[in-house]
Design a protein around this ligand. Sequence first.
Ligand SMILES: NC(=O)c1ccc[n+]([C@@H]2O[C@H](COP(=O)([O-])OP(=O)(O)OC[C@H]3O[C@@H](n4cnc5c(N)ncnc54)[C@H](OP(=O)(O)O)[C@@H]3O)[C@@H](O)[C@H]2O)c1
Length: 270
Amino acid sequence: MNAFTEVYEVSPMGTGGTKLFDLTGKVALVTGGTRGLGNAMARGLAEAGASLVITGRKQASADEAAEVLTAETGRPCLGVACHMGDWEQIDGLIERAYTEHGRVDVLVNNAGINPAFMPVAQITSEFFDKLYAVNVKGPMRLAALIAPRMGEAGGGSIVNIVTVGAYEGGPGIGTYSSSKAALLNFTKVMALEWADLKVRVNALAPGPFLTDMMTGAARNMSGFLEAAANATLQKRIAEPEEIVGTVIYLASDASSFVTGEDLRVAGGMR
Ligand SMILES: NC(=O)c1ccc[n+]([C@@H]2O[C@H](COP(=O)([O-])OP(=O)(O)OC[C@H]3O[C@@H](n4cnc5c(N)ncnc54)[C@H](OP(=O)(O)O)[C@@H]3O)[C@@H](O)[C@H]2O)c1
């Protein structure tokens, strides 16, 4: 331990191998953990040792997914209904998480939506407000409530899920991509503001992954999956499990000196 690690209280651990990525004794909250990337990340975090809180919009599907995760990973998992666009419901989510587990060490702000392609000239007030509420306002509020509590408990890691679209945008996805660009910017601000709390904040920017979000988009635009695959260097759409290594890295002590960064997991897509 040197002067710097002492200040930052890096936890005692081995210097390599799986110990760096061990989440035993940690609690991870993954929003939108019922399906898709959130479900894969929740499973991966539990397999690395974490207890879980997952959310979805409906209590029944959150319970169902939580039950499966507990059965398959052996780690306790609480399912909570929480609409990420609803400020008050986020207070309730925090209450449930801390009552159940007493702490949250890792927050993965994953829930996000892009229900339709909409050129800028056609964007409605309702569409804009809905996407920004779920994709920016909710994750910002959740992080704001959790960071001080993480600080009181000695620190934590927040991972905001954005998209490669946050960097450049694309036709028809302006509301979605700009909302993720806003979350990316918030990531940098949060990292600055919460470094003293020993809360690290990073963004993970996925490229195309085969989830309901992608297949839904493909139903509305022919050739969408092929175009998305071709925009990667690897010329393919990834499986949800392929995001797991990066989120465990960002959640764990393996990334103890990494904060305010954004990391693409996109097969080389720019
Ligand atoms: N798939 C990709 O290729 C891709 C690429 C770039 C970025 N991303 C980002 O990765 C994240 C996950 O995407 P995904 O592809 O896994 O999406 P998905 O398959 O559509 O799953 C979305 C998840 O979010 C939950 N959710 C939806 N609306 C919500 C709301 N208003 N409040 C709370 N939870 C809500 C859903 O749960 P319920 O249905 O149970 O409510 C579900 O668990 C998103 O932020 C997305 O923008 C995905």
